[in-house]
Write a protein that binds this ligand. Sequence first.
Ligand code: ADP
Length: 450
Amino acid sequence: ALRLAAQRREVEEVLGPLRLTHADLEKVQALMREEMERGLGKETNPTASVRMLPTYVCRTPDGTERGDFLALDLGGTNFRVLVVRVTEDGISMASEIYVIPASIMQGTGEALFDHIIDCVIDFQMKQNLVTQMLPLGFTFSFPCEQVGLDKALLLTWTKGFSASGCVGQDVVQLLREAAKRKQHLGMQVVALVNDTVGTMMACGYDDPKCEIGLIVGTGTNACYMEEMRNVGLVEGDQGRMCINMEWGAFGDNGCLDHLFTDFDKVVDETTINPGKQRFEKLISGMYLGEIVRQILLVMVDKQLLFQGRPCPKLQTRNIFQTKFLSTIELNGLALRQIRAILNELELDASFEDSVLMREVCQAVALRAAQLCAAGLAAVVEKMRENRGLEELSVTVGVDGTLYKLHPRFSDNLQKTLKELAPNCNVTFMLSEDGSGKGAALVAAVANTTA
Ligand code: ADP
């Protein structure tokens, strides 16, 4: 019993830094609020880690949108071309996935955009859409500085793309020039759309209270409707504009340093962008498995796992995938089954090992959901104050595999949000295909306000 108590103390020592108090979370919320204000300010503030990019989307759908639209989705897992029909009976869609060969991803910008137009032409032929000129919304999930609804400068490529001659250029213009080269007159690019905005708009079509978009997948980001008078970078004081927060970078200026554990630091150092996207690295699917692996390594080292036997397998990067966090926390999944999963990873786990591993996974996933809630609390509280309301009722449109498939993430997120923003009544709505539907709806809304 004495040995057990000592072991318990050691486990708590390892996991302690991951456990956040209500006060810790309130502080994160306050810091996010500060960063939001600074990001929104008149001068592009180089020390604000949250960029708060204007999107030029000035309203969410009201259900009166109609028409046929094309949508492109580039930068997610697949490149897709879609046609989206918005009628009084609702929205219907057809889509096709196209391959972008690595040689084109890494070739010239001209070749890349020519290829994209070839795919659009092929799609319009197959769908019998050649005779019409269709408005097109372009979901482009790379960091861009948007200077108009249809004008956005590519800041940098990510995700394996490196096509030359594109960084610093207006992506919409590159697409239009390719269409011209190919003498393709069947489309008109009207909007470039960030995937968070697409998510908000797709849910906004079904729920007019949806004025926030949230992604928790490979990465994490959020957008929301801000008052124009607070948007320093855009002229005008009337109405609202959707702001793409780029909140994954929250903390890149050091303001969250007190939260980073040794595990987080090691994970950060082994990424391709150390020191960058610090908030994201505590929350999103690309990193949670790696954080767990780092903790397990320390526990092996401290002889808290595997009865002190070394575990070389755990040295392999990414061996512990984020989807295992979901599986291990699944209610009703017996410890025996957890052991089977671990054995599949060639981790020879005893009953006690399985219990401890589940505790590690819980701690990492809970912290992720709580931090996400602290960020959202800053957003909803700001919206409530903006509008001078005692109480705000708002819906968040959400997308991302971690949010959708982790068995506890959404519950933990909602519970923590309620604690941090008690005067906000927040509903969460899963987005179905926000990048396609949402891009079309941005195009549709642009059509009706133009
Ligand atoms: P993206 O954000 O690029 O659109 P997704 O939303 O599909 O992509 O998210 C992919 C991420 O989801 C990956 O980092 C992966 O680790 C994580 N993931 C995949 N399956 C699960 C699961 N069952 N539970 C939790 N996370 C998962």
